[in-house]
Design a protein around this ligand. Structure first.
Ligand SMILES: CC(C)(COP(=O)(O)OP(=O)(O)OC[C@H]1O[C@@H](n2cnc3c(N)ncnc32)[C@H](O)[C@@H]1OP(=O)(O)O)[C@@H](O)C(=O)NCCC(=O)NCCS
Length: 324
């Protein structure tokens, strides 16, 4: 399953090194954070193996290009190189070795694109690796945050004039408007990009969510739609990409939270979360998750207050050639 590979410092086959390191990584992840699922092998790509502290460290490099008009372009660069470390217990020296090797091997297509990024997703609590990522210029641009099932935080002073309800299909225009405000804000404090096609992409995504009967909540005041919470459900099934990030099972998911500028800080977001959460954690669900940007001064406070905590950090640098 693993693609091109090179000689390793110990002379062992890269696949053998990867398998050994994966076992170490599994016990290391379990010690670091009980919320993590068992570590899995990276997707197919180019294997790199470097010397670490006492043992080798390995990683797999992958590359993807997102076509114009595709949904990931709302939050991602168009040309992406990604490092999937299998650090085992190789420590800071291993992480630094992987980053230096990655930098030397950025694919030409990514190197020559201005709309490019180098990305690595890693357990938030592995602060030894954080040191290496920071030293090489990567930025903690987003976190995948999780919340165990449990009752929502009650709103401190509910606004009697605020109406929170499930959205109907004829609310589409208002929902798209609110979603665009979220993209505009997040593009200042995170990886979101205000692309020319953003509105059309968002409209399609919301229509598809309705078609799947996933919950979309809106808040109204004085007859005006002022808040949106776009939610869904996902299954982390064994062997899937998501099962490498979240324990296997059913998860509720918050895709977009947005309150109109001028109406923020007045409890609208809180009321939306309190209304949506019970339905997002049906019996047997593992919990709920979402992504937020640590540099976002409102969401980085808002979500932890509602019980969410970082599980994975998405370290990123744009353009990819700025990796040092
Ligand atoms: C993040 C966001 C959805 C939160 O919604 P919100 O309505 O602003 O949030 P709330 O008002 O419920 O809570 C935020 C603050 O208002 C306070 N608040 C709560 N009820 C209040 C009330 N009745 N009156 C005044 N303030 C109130 C909260 O205590 C909190 O302030 P604090 O953190 O200083 O304690 C909204 O700010 C937003 O759209 N931001 C821009 C886009 C964005 O960042 N989206 C999230 C991406 S993950």
């Amino acid at each position: 399953m693993i693609g091109r590979s090179r000689a390793t410092p110990s002379g062992r086959a890269p696949e053998v090194v990867l398998d050994d390191l994966l076992r170490e990584q599994q016990s290391r992840f379990a010690d670091l954070d009980p919320g993590l699922p068992p570590a899995v092998l990276p997707p197919p790509g180019d294997v790199i193996v470097v010397a670490g502290e006492g043992s080798e460290a390995a990683g797999v490099l992958t590359r993807h290009s997102w076509p114009a008009g595709s949904a990931p372009l709302l939050w991602s660069a168009a040309e992406v190189t990604e490092l999937h470390p299998v650090l085992g217990s190789a420590g800071l020296r291993g992480a630094e070795g992987l980053l230096a090797e990655w930098r030397a091997r950025i694919p030409a297509r990514v190197r020559h694109a201005s709309d490019s990024a180098a990305v690595v997703t890693w357990p938030s609590r592995d602060v030894v690796a954080s040191r290496a990522f920071l030293d090489h210029g990567l930025v903690p641009l987003a976190v995948l945050a999780v919340r165990r099932p449990g009752p929502p935080v009650p709103p401190p002073s509910p606004d009697p004039h605020l109406r929170v309800r499930r959205a109907r299909e004829d609310d589409l225009d208002g929902c798209v408007e609110l979603a665009m405000h979220e993209i505009a804000y997040s593009s200042l404090v995170g990886g979101s990009v205000m692309r020319a096609e953003a509105e059309a992409v968002k409209r399609t995504a919301l229509r598809e969510r309705w078609a799947r009967d996933e919950p979309i909540w809106v808040a109204e005041r004085d007859g005006r739609m002022i808040g949106l919470l776009e939610c869904g459900f996902t299954d982390a099934s064994p062997g899937t990409w998501l099962a490498g990030l979240l324990p296997v099972g059913r998860w509720g998911y918050v895709n977009c939270a947005s309150v109109l500028p001028g109406r923020r800080g007045q409890g609208v977001g809180h009321a939306l979360v309190a209304a949506a959460l019970p339905g997002l954690q049906p019996p047997g669900a593992r919990g709920t998750y979402l992504y937020y940007n640590p540099p976002n001064p409102v969401s980085s406070v808002f979500w932890p207050r509602h019980g969410y905590r970082p599980l994975w950090t998405l370290w990123e640098i744009r353009p990819a050639t700025a990796l040092r």
